[in-house]
Design a protein around this ligand. Structure first.
Ligand SMILES: CC(C)(COP(=O)(O)OP(=O)(O)OC[C@H]1O[C@@H](n2cnc3c(N)ncnc32)[C@H](O)[C@@H]1OP(=O)(O)O)[C@@H](O)C(=O)NCCC(=O)NCCS
Length: 254
């Protein structure tokens, strides 16, 4: 295919998904308010195909590089749902949402940095957070036995964190998701100075974190039975609206 034809295809208006998802408008999110969307995976194939059609060329290329079908489907579901939701909040067709990356690969909106967002996928679940005027990070894990938990804990967690950590897979994964969500809020990825990140649990649901002298607030939640998740927001606090669960077997497709 010639470059001109390829470019015409990529620029062409893409078919728009029009499910009856109750996506609120951007204006309904007050400053430092966060919406969390929970989506069971895998998506039905027809839904996945429609969402895939909203991805840009670079995302198609990335999807094509996954060797395993499960990871490829996870990526498509994540990017497709992200585009659908961001488009809904911003009043844009999903294919016209312009994404950029910052720092160590954190996706951001190219045209509206005041709408923060982040996503996390794991075996069977996708979680997407959208926030007004706030940098957020989210992480979700399926609760399962973690063979090398003690070794991972002593490598990544501080002595104080290890001392207070509940000795169970859930306890380990709660702290793990907390740390990951903070790293994702900062957008630093693996290059973060782990020794400079400290998590202090305040209650079963809340924790405060300090990373290189910058504060971050964390909310832990159960997005669905059998999973643990954490949402981190830079600064000292935020308001989490009730989680929105998407079930594509229940929504109408026009
Ligand atoms: C970037 C990173 C945080 C992703 O975490 P993960 O658990 O592998 O995967 P998740 O599904 O939770 O998140 C992946 C999504 O986060 C987003 N993301 C990618 N890089 C990111 C970054 N630097 N900051 C924030 N978000 C990022 C992307 O949307 C990505 O999904 P996509 O590629 O499908 O669009 C991870 O690669 C990383 O660097 N982790 C730190 C590793 C570590 O040492 N952990 C110890 C924890 S105590």
């Amino acid at each position: 295919m010639g470059a001109a034809m390829l470019s015409a295809l990529v620029d062409a208006p893409l078919p728009l998904p029009a499910w009856d998802l109750p996506v609120p408008a951007r204006q309904t999110l007050r400053d430092r308010e966060v919406d969390v969307w929970v989506v069971p995976l895998p998506l039905p194939e027809a839904v996945e195909a429609t969402l895939a059609a909203t991805m840009n060329f670079e995302e198609w290329e990335r999807a094509g590089r996954f060797i395993g079908a499960d990871k490829r489907r996870q990526f498509i579901a994540g990017r497709g749902m992200l585009r659908l939701l961001l488009g809904g909040y911003l009043g844009l067709p999903p294919s016209q949402v312009r994404l950029d990356t910052r720092g160590q690969g954190k996706p951001v909106l190219a045209d509206d940095p005041s709408l923060g967002f982040n996503l996390s996928h794991t075996d069977g679940l996708l979680v997407i957070a959208l926030a007004a005027g706030l940098e957020v990070g989210v992480d979700v894990e399926r609760v399962r036995p973690v063979d090398n938990a003690p070794a991972l804990a002593s490598r990544y967690f501080s002595a104080r964190e290890c001392a207070v950590m509940e000795a169970s897979p859930r306890g380990f994964l709660r702290l793990w998701t907390c740390r990951e969500s903070v790293v994702k809020a900062f957008g630093t990825g693996v290059s973060a100075g782990w020794e400079n990140l400290h998590i202090v649990e305040r209650s079963r649901e809340t924790a405060d974190a300090v990373c290189e002298d910058r504060p971050c607030h964390v909310r832990m939640f159960t997005p669905q039975p059998g999973y643990v998740a954490a949402l981190a927001g830079l600064g000292t606090g935020f308001h989490l609206r009730p989680a929105r669960h998407v079930d594509f077997t229940q929504v109408t497709h026009h």
